[in-house]
Design a protein around this ligand. Structure first.
Ligand SMILES: [Mg+2]
Length: 282
């Protein structure tokens, strides 16, 4: 493990850089100051770039537009890979008939669920009429009534033995310096523990996003795993996922992990990044 390295120096050794979004490129305040310089540097030095995000609430096109709106120029939708895309591909192959029930916003439903397959928000389900429901998808932490609709989801899954899919497995996301909100993965885990069931989780640390990004960049060039650096702020998702997939990993301190507790976090989790750097802007 190499500490306090400059991100620019580390990046020189790799042909492709995978960046987590929240906590690396932006945070609750907006863009991390100086990040445009980093993106420009990576472009100018010919690096291949992908954003790998456990965000299922927006499509890559919407995320690229949001980056642009926040002032970060030059990220293409094709460079943004989301856990929602992985859930969508699964549903295309696995949920071919019946109605798909979901918790989340209509926006997330429009992008993740199959356009040719009827879907229904849990709030609109009549629990006496659920025989045709073929899957349950946890899309987003917004867009529903937590009390009524989580209870309804528990009852739906008690009555129907159908696959339950979690489009973003993050448990929490930061909303201020020291405060977090419960994310979709946290809601799904609550329901899993009540029902003693394991759902199908998409997003880092699972390997689908890494495999997809790896295959995707190899359509445009030739990359081995040793050519790739995964950069993230979270040990349990970005760093564990990158380590398991076999690419180099760099932990930054602009999000979930603080320099004050990093040693404890690493020894308690056993998840060891190859590099630790303060941020991607130095
Ligand atoms: Mg993050």
């Amino acid at each position: 493990m190499e500490r306090n390295a400059s991100f620019f120096t580390i990046a020189r050794s790799f042909k492709a850089i995978f960046l987590d979004s929240y906590g690396v490129v932006k945070n609750h305040r907006g863009l991390i100051p100086g990040v445009q310089g980093t993106i420009n540097y990576l472009r100018d030095s010919g690096k291949t770039l992908r954003i790998l995000t456990n965000d299922a609430s927006r499509s890559p096109e919407q995320q690229a537009a949001r980056f642009e709106h926040q002032g970060l120029k030059g990220l293409q939708p094709e460079e943004i890979i989301t856990s929602g895309m992985m859930a969508h591909m699964y549903l295309v192959h696995k949920a071919k008939s019946g109605r798909v029930a979901y918790l989340g916003t209509p926006d997330a439903a429009a992008y993740i669920l199959r356009a040719d397959c009827p879907s229904v928000p849990v709030s609109d389900i009549d629990l006496d009429d659920i025989d045709d429901i073929s899957a349950m998808v946890f899309l987003d932490d917004e867009g529903f009534d937590w009390n009524q609709d989580i209870n309804k989801t528990v009852n739906l899954l008690r009555k129907r033995n159908i696959p339950a899919i979690v489009a973003n497995s993050d448990k929490l996301y930061p909303v201020a310096q020291n405060d977090v909100s419960i994310a979709t993965g946290g809601i799904a885990r609550l329901v899993e523990s009540i029902l003693n069931r394991n759902f199908i989780h998409f997003g880092k640390p699972d390997s689908q996003m890494f495999s997809y990004a790896f295959d995707h960049i190899n359509q445009y060039g030739q990359f081995g795993k040793s050519d790739i650096l995964m950069v993230g702020d979270t040990l349990h998702t970005d760093i564990l996922g990158g380590n398991k997939f076999g690419v180099a990993t760099a932990l930054v301190f602009t999000g979930n992990t603080s320099p004050d507790t990093v040693d404890l976090d690493i020894s308690a989790s056993g998840i060891i990044p190859d590099y630790i750097c303060p941020s991607i802007v130095h």
